[in-house]
Design a protein around this ligand. Sequence first.
Ligand SMILES: [Zn+2]
Length: 999
Amino acid sequence: MEKSTGCPVSKFQGGEIFHGFKIARVEAIPEIRVTACEAEHLKTGAKVLHLHCDDRENLFSVGFRTPSRDSTGAAHILEHTVLAGSERYPVKDAFNELSRGSLQTFINAFTYPDKTVYPVASQVRADFFNLARVYTNLVLKPRILRETFLQEGHHLTFEDPGETKSPLTVSGIVFNEMKGAYSSPDTLMYKALQDGLYPDTAYAFDSGGDPDIIPSLTYEQLRDFHKLYYAPANARFFLYGDIPTEDHLLFLEEMLAGFDRVRVESSVGSQKRWAAPRRSRRLFPIGKDEKPEGKTALNMGWLMMENTDEEEAVLLQVAAHALIGTAAGPLRKALIDSGLGEDLSPVSGLEHDLKQVAFAVGLRGSDPEKADRFEALVLGTLRKLAGTGFDRDLIEAALHQVEFHGKEIVRGTLPYSISLMSRVYHTWLYEGDPLSGLRFNRIIEGIRRRWENEPDLFQRFLSRWLLENPHRLLSVMEPSSTYQESQLQAFRERMAARKAGLSEETLEKIRRDAEALQRNQMEPDSPETLATLPRLKISDIPGDIDQVPVERTAVSGIPVLRHEIFTNGIAYLDLAFDLSGVPPDLQPYLPLSGRLTTGMGATGFTYEEMAKRIALKTGGVGSSLAAGLTADGRETWQKMIFRVRALHRNIPEALEVLFDLLTQGDLSDASRMRDLLFEMRNRMHAAVIPSGHIFAQRSAAAAQTLSAYLDELWHGRSQLQVLSAAADSFADGQGDIVGKVETLRERILRQGGVTVNLTADAGGLRILEENLAPMLRRLRGGSLVVTSAPVTPPPVSTGIAVPAQVCYVAKVLRAPAYSDPVSPALYVLSRELSKGDLYKRIRVQGGAYGGMSQYDPMNGFFSFLSYRDPHLVETLRVYDEVIDSRARQRVDGEDIERAIIGSIGAIDRPLDPAGKGFVSMIRDFAGITDEDRLKFRKGVFAVNADSLLDAARRCLLPALETSSIAVYGSDDRLRKANETLRPALLIEPLLGSPGQSRT
Ligand SMILES: [Zn+2]
């Protein structure tokens, strides 16, 4: 979104008929500057909603309501399967082909508990309609081949694939994906609440598939699932962007031709309300050597109203935020202060994505016998609040947060339109008004009016939906160090029993079928088949880069970068402090230092009072750490960045809050410090399994460059170890932490090493600048000089033992930095490998959820990664083989062209307003100019078979010698791998050093 002129004018009016569509209504929504047009296709009953605005990143998405009837994962496997070709586009892996050869800025598919959604986005009109055309055809008329079902769903094979004497086992991409999901304690915790609170509905089943049940799905059932739900009558088309509504309707008219209106029974039933609360107890896996004490999660959940009443749901959201949304929330505080657990469990909050809204709150780091006390504490606290009412500021803060987040344009990995789509589905999927979640100004006004007339509004709310609501579940999640093992054992026994009942001939047939499947998977589509997919020519691609406006100024001698960008009324301020004066022994404490700075009290305010000020006046105050190489690769930059975001009217107070924290932070509250430390440790620990490939990448990359080493130290396993040690020894170590954080603050938070980065529209920039100078003067003067720089460790082959049923395999090589002439070729090469051989061999053939390579020119390394991978040794072999093959053979020209188009799509991926300002600042640190970017982009266009071969030869082959390997996987898998791997992996437990590992 560059500039906005407000809501576009629609040529339609409600009630009008246009090319077979009845326009239901047209409505402007000024809060987000869109004009919504809702329509229905008369012949089929397909529903359409277009949010017309001036964003050129257009989104097309088609969603079906797909409530599950069992936990076979039919919805999820079908989602994978429809993307594997239709009659018209009989391409084996249409999804991968579309994503690699288009300028898509987003392409994916999501299976939710009651819907399946297929979104694609692009900034180029022709590309957009190409993608939308293929996607619509794939979902409505897929081939659903048996081979695809076997590959994506499940099939029988042998642990040693060619050997019928080896144990019988199951493979399949979704099967392995869900094994990964079921290794994550957070996922299991959500699941326990969801199927616990909605036991008599579709939500009692896992639409993603339970690995124990997935193998019972038949091919016929999968086909039936498609017949049942994937009809236009059950489709909701959500469209967004600057393409006019009539163009979308004309396109959809063509797509829907030939379909009739059929009756689809897809309604989602409501859960019947309970007369009395219930309890449940479940297990989740921890490492074999981990102690179960203090690792239980206790959660309470309530089933509340139907999702279609948006104002009521926002009221609940406000109440939930007031209760637990900030450190000042009375329920959050009561739980944390009780000492019954370590931090709030990740399920805490409002579940707004299902037919009935639910609220949950819980504690992590507890014990099962504390469940009664936990429950009594929650109910007691709520009872007290229902009597006394909330602190007014907490409600005001919650209303402010609804306004702020409703307004803010956020595009992280997902386009902004995806978040609007989710808000629309909250009501649309259940026949409610799709626009009600977008008109947050109207809702806030409505709530304010009600609150004025009924001052006890929120108290009555607590009574009605929490205290007097018997539909309540207490869920106890207990850690088990044998869970993983016994699950695996049970699976092996089931498979052994099954194998025992099979004849030699049948076993031989299983082997042959699995082999045939492998062969089939590796066979490429013919050029004629591939040609059925519409494709952009390189000449269709815009030649320019998207420039971020930047103006260099100074305030009181401090450098300021200024970005005038449309931000929908929000202003962003970053303060980036240089870290080159931080001694190596203090480097590991930077993350903690940042969190303690933004999370504790300051200027005489307690942390609760600060938390309230932050929620009342800002959209959030945060800190982050970033490091990278300069464009020429010669130097390393490293920064600690503090950011505050605020609505224009709150800018002065928001700056005040940030500088109070930076200059007069108070570290005296030991119990708050402990809570923050435990929260950090627990969050990071919980992130390891879901992001195993990233942790593995960091572990391996640390040996390659200083910036990658720092990244690992701050965000990788080393950081988790630092936080764990600090948490374990907190009782006698607090003084030590205070001292370290104080030293760090004193060294870093100075005028001398800071860069100010401002992102807002002209009005916002003016207010920021008017208030900045006196604030900056509050920082200490000067800067401190470099002491000794940290040194990167030598390359290693390590195996990190984690409780997971699958592996995460990383191999990282040193590679040239951004401005090296070879870097565009490496960029294209990583893309070509990811979408080509690695995809085919690790995902399609190997059954892993993902296999990819990444070139990071900002940190100077090239990596190979696998995600939720059933293999380990084989995967490492694949890495070596593809490097070898790229250094010996030229890649096919068609593949290169697709990789170039895909690379350009990745380079051009749009950023949200805050992201533009931030990325521009990072480029400044790296010394990358728009000219450099243009040169890099031109370099990408110029890549050919020779330059690719040359890049692999000159950069990858020689770097193999100093490459490093890190594998995250179960202890058993790592040990088994070491029987054949040379050099063997140095095995270490996730927390701890090699010496502590079992032998
Ligand atoms: Zn999936």
